[in-house]
Design a protein around this ligand. Structure first.
Ligand code: HPA
Ligand code: MG
Length: 226
């Protein structure tokens, strides 16, 4: 029926598209930690907008996965804030409905970035024995998807443990030149190919303590370079 189709297509969208020519919001319009003044150029996604979009993603996720035990696989470190807020919204839905589903949260860690460059070798920590995923609905939660290579590797790893279903939620998808066909099932925002920080996304471990998603400045890159 028509109503179902329109809800479905909205849920399956590639997220809120932020175009390449979007200048972002001036930093003067929001508050942010003073220790980062000069280190960021603009706010590209204010914290409140992230929260609003997350609320909707939670509903889409529950519509699809809410019929069976869910295991959330949070990809650290960048994913911790998105995962915490998304799980919070899912819990709120569960509290306010009689169809409630047990949910577990498990943490794994991936590391592949130095400065603003992706390195070749990908390390997965905390994923040695995921046998408890067998027969479960698994939701992988990532902060950002670039080429999709990381996601592909992770999906292959998780599939081996025979879950009932695997879905991926990515807060951000970057429009990068070599974006593979591998995209998250639930996307918060599609963003330009620029290095962003904040909302737990880091540059050499800095900027996780910034609540908006911002574009790092050239001087910020220099200041925190390793
Ligand atoms: N910011 C922070 N971490 C990242 C990014 C980014 O733009 N891309 C991949 N990892
Ligand atoms: Mg990082």
């Amino acid at each position: 029926n028509m109503a179902d189709v329109s809800v479905q297509s909205d849920g399956r969208s590639g997220g809120i598209v932020i175009n390449d020519d979007w200048p972002g919001y001036s930093l003067d319009l929001f508050s942010y930690p003073a220790h980062y003044s000069g280190d960021i150029d603009c706010v590209i996604i204010p914290h409140g907008v992230i929260m609003d979009r997350t609320e909707r993603l939670a509903r889409n996720i529950m519509d699809d996965l809410g019929d069976h035990d869910i295991v959330v696989l949070c990809v650290l470190k960048g994913g911790y804030q998105f995962c915490a807020d998304l799980v919070d919204r899912i819990k709120a839905l569960s509290r306010n409905s009689d169809r409630t589903i047990p949910m577990r949260v498990h943490f794994i860690r991936l590391k592949s970035y130095l400065n603003d460059q992706s390195t070749e070798d990908l390390h997965i920590l905390g994923a040695e024995d995921l046998s408890f995923l067998a027969g479960k609905n698994v939701l992988i939660v990532e902060a950002i998807v670039g080429t999709g290579k990381t996601m592909k590797t992770l999906l292959k790893h998780v599939e081996a443990f025979r879950p009932k279903m695997i879905k991926v939620a990515g807060l951000l998808v970057k429009r990068v030149p070599h974006n593979s066909a591998c995209l998250p099932d639930y996307v918060g925002f599609e963003i330009p190919d620029r290095f962003v920080v904040g909302y737990a996304l880091d540059y050499n471990e800095y900027f996780r303590d910034l609540n908006h998603i911002c574009v790092i400045s050239e001087s910020g890159k220099m200041k925190y370079k390793i």
